[in-house]
Design a protein around this ligand. Structure first.
Ligand code: ADP
Ligand code: MG
Length: 251
């Protein structure tokens, strides 16, 4: 396993946001943290990313103990910043050079932008990008230090269906190159497509953890039945069928 979390707790004042959760992430897996707003997903992620302190519990990332070796952990992880964290008037290649400098790495910005399909935007200012392009760019910045583990907090929130599917492909590609991915999302279809395993959090606890198909089978085995007979397609299929998979100017 590449991540091992034991009895992790986080309190903000007297409020318990994370209530003793334990889970492990295997190397090379896409692991989903699901749950309603306020469940404690971002808190858990940011603790693993060394960006937030924990109240108690044990966290090991890539074999390194969070308490003893936070700097070693920082070197092997890629953290997606909120898209508001980028200087809006810098050009993409300038932002990448800036980040590369922070990581003390020499990289070719164009090469990196190619990975996320933004090479033709190298000289565009960050603020001129669409929502989907901003997300792809922020994922590119997580790849600068060639990380073993990448953390993505709601990377597809607010994107149109084309941009969302394009980001799925990108995440699958990153994994196929050997990285482990931990992702949060509110979209269950996305979790089903992307995640090898998911942990469902609610009110600071993990209430289920398994492969998506196992969780679905368990629900069915408990006697659950859908109220309406489902059709072989949904409205999103209609939308994608009509408008195509290609990314748009603004995506
Ligand atoms: P999620 O990402 O699942 O929506 P968060 O981890 O952001 O959940 O938040 C979990 C709970 O902790 C929420 O009730 C939130 O309001 C609270 N919380 C998050 N950050 C802070 C903070 N810095 N101070 C106080 N409470 C916080
Ligand atoms: Mg969150």
């Amino acid at each position: 396993m590449i991540i091992d979390v034991k009895e992790l707790c986080k309190t903000y004042g007297s409020y318990e946001a994370v209530k003793g959760i334990s889970f492990q992430v295997n190397q090379g897996e896409i692991f989903g943290l699901l749950g309603p707003n306020g469940a404690g997903k971002s808190t858990t992620l940011e603790i693993m990313e060394t960006l937030r302190t924990k109240t108690s519990g044990e966290v090991k990332i890539g074999g390194f103990d969070l308490d003893k070796s936070p700097n070693q952990i920082k070197q092997i992880i890629g953290v997606q910043l909120q898209t508001s964290g980028f200087y809006p008037s810098l050009k993409l290649f300038e932002l990448i050079e800036l980040f590369a400098g922070l990581y003390n790495r020499k990289i070719d910005p164009i090469n990196l932008l190619k990975k996320v399909n933004l090479e033709d935007k190298a000289k565009s200012e960050y603020k001129s990008l669409s929502g989907g392009q901003k997300q792809r760019f922020s994922i590119a910045t997580t790849l600068i230090n060639d990380p073993k583990i990448i953390f993505l907090d709601e990377p597809t929130t607010g994107l149109d269906p084309q941009a969302r599917r394009n980001l799925w492909d990108l995440i699958l590609e990153i994994r196929s190159l050997g990285a482990t991915v931990v992702i949060t999302t509110h979209y269950m279809d996305e979790a089903e497509v992307l995640c090898d395993r998911v942990a469902i959090m609610d009110a600071g606890k993990i209430i289920a953890l398994d492969k998506p198909e196992k969780l679905i089978d368990q629900l069915l085995a408990s006697g659950f039945e859908k109220q309406k007979e489902t059709k072989g397609a949904n409205l999103e299929d209609v939308f994608i069928n009509l408008t195509g998979h290609e990314l748009r100017q603004g995506s």
